[in-house]
Design a protein around this ligand. Structure first.
Ligand SMILES: [Zn+2]
Length: 142
């Protein structure tokens, strides 16, 4: 049995993230103790150890940190998406937060390190996989 390529939207640690995405909102978990963002989500803050991590809405903007174009499907359901660009965006709200994402509405030729990026919401669906999930992805700022 192969695992679904869709994100698990009902997992306690990330449920709020996917619910917000459905409403076209970008949220990040932030520690109530030291006020640093905790991405990827964890129950306890990795910076100060506090157990009070709360979801807050943030501006979906950042600078392009890195990217790669995927041309070969590593997993069969991805074959109808090729080629696609995967990348890392350093969020404006705290550039220490590196958000791994899909980069859309551009080609790799247009991408430049540290170019401004903004969030957009796209429905993820896969070849021969039931269901779809709205996900925050990034595109270059026009
Ligand atoms: Zn903390």
């Amino acid at each position: 049995m192969s695992q679904s390529p869709l994100p698990e939207t009902d997992w306690d640690l990330t449920r709020a993230f996917w619910q917000a995405a459905k409403e076209n909102e970008f949220v990040m978990p932030r520690c109530a103790g030291c006020e640093r963002y905790v991405w990827y989500p964890e129950e306890q803050c990795p910076h100060c150890g506090a157990g009070d991590v709360l979801w807050v809405q943030v501006e979906g903007r950042g600078l392009l940190f890195s990217w790669a174009e995927v041309r070969h499907p590593l997993h069969p359901p991805y074959k109808n998406q090729l080629p696609y660009i995967t990348g890392i965006v350093a969020l404006e709200v705290d550039p220490r937060v590196h958000y791994v994402t899909r980069i859309v509405e551009c080609t790799t030729r247009e991408l430049v390190i540290e170019m401004p990026m903004e969030v957009v919401y796209r429905e993820l669906s896969f070849h021969e996989v039931e269901g779809a999930v709205v996900a925050p992805v990034f595109r270059p700022v026009a």
